[in-house]
Design a protein around this ligand. Structure first.
Ligand SMILES: [Zn+2]
Length: 320
């Protein structure tokens, strides 16, 4: 199945008319299909056929195999996009393309670029070498400098419809049972990547850990005790991110029980009602916000201890 078909058709139509920007900012939540979109757009730019992307010319085939010499993909090195990486990009763009007239640069997690890196890149945007096309992928357009934003055309990818995610999952996980598929769709909030992660095994440990942590999160607990409980369950960034995803769904379940709106998705209804009875609406709401923010800052590569300290401060503060 095709993700973001509408946005892909629109950009292909433009490129076929010869309208190509030097830089595109592809914005959308994690797992919404930014890389997939950029790869499609890159193939369209590089395709040598009249009707782009034809899918069958040598260039299209090389793009599909990830072996096109004029398709350059960069991702941040660890926590941030270092200026050295941008220097490397700046050097490469001055070289003539290997095969055709154009070369494409895809920068994943462009929001991880430091201000210095963005400023260095800006010089390329201001005087772009002929034929160079950039795709900056970012979860938050606002995290790019205004000067960078103004140089690029923004393509916003929105969250997918539940039905589309469900058919994608059915195709990808033919053996998964219907209830598990429904769970994953409900919890994914429009993100294919998130839905997939939920269905894959890796999520199971985090799901269990989240259920164990609920007592600490929703019942009165001291800040230090809460912090230690988190660290006992997960330490790695990826695990912590998944933990935050599960816990925020749990917090929403409790909030829903409190407000009498909708059924529980992760917690059993009994559990959700129990937590709801033991806590105030304000406390649950503040915990939910804090969990979502913590997930966001971990995704932005904030140090795990810093993110957890802030999370525990806010959760305990909300209860006070
Ligand atoms: Zn082609």
């Amino acid at each position: 199945m095709e993700f973001n078909a509408k946005e892909k058709n629109a950009i292909a139509e433009e490129i076929n008319r010869g309208v190509i920007s030097n830089a595109y900012i592809v914005e959308g939540a994690a797992g919404v299909g930014k890389t997939d979109f950029a790869m499609f757009a890159a193939a369209t730019v590089l395709c040598t056929d009249d009707k782009k992307p034809c899918g069958s010319c040598l260039s299209c085939r090389k793009c599909k195999e990830g072996a096109h010499p004029d398709l350059h993909i960069f991702a941040p090195d660890g926590a941030s996009f270092k200026i050295d990486l941008v220097r490397e990009i700046k050097h490469r763009v001055t070289l003539t393309p290997n095969e055709g007239e154009r070369s494409v640069y895809v920068l994943k997690d462009a929001h991880a670029m430091t201000a210095a890196a963005q400023n260095a890149l800006l010089k390329v945007f201001e005087e772009p070498p002929a034929g160079v096309v950039f795709f900056l992928l970012t979860e938050k357009r606002e995290s790019l400098l205004p000067t960078v934003r103004s140089r690029g055309r923004t393509v916003s990818l929105s969250a997918a419809e539940d039905g589309a995610i469900l058919s994608y999952l059915k195709e990808k996980f033919p053996k998964a049972d219907a209830a598990a598929l429904q769970d994953a769709v409900r919890m994914a909030e429009g993100s294919y990547g998130k839905a997939e992660a939920i269905l894959k095994k890796e999520g199971k440990a985090e799901r269990e850990a989240a259920l164990k942590l609920c007592d600490k999160v929703f019942y009165a607990t001291g800040r230090y005790e809460l912090y230690t409980a988190f660290l006992t369950q997960a330490r790695k960034r990826e695990s912590l991110i998944q933990l935050m995803d599960y816990l925020s769904v749990a917090a929403r379940d409790v909030l829903c029980s409190k407000l009498g709106c909708g059924r529980s998705t992760l917690l059993s209804q009994e559990k959700a009602d129990g937590y709801a009875a033991a806590t105030t609406g304000k406390a649950v709401y503040e915990s939910l916000e804090a969990l979502l923010d913590c997930g966001r800052s971990l995704r932005r590569n904030t140090d795990g201890n810093t993110a957890l300290t802030e999370l525990c401060r806010r959760i305990t503060h909300g209860k006070g």
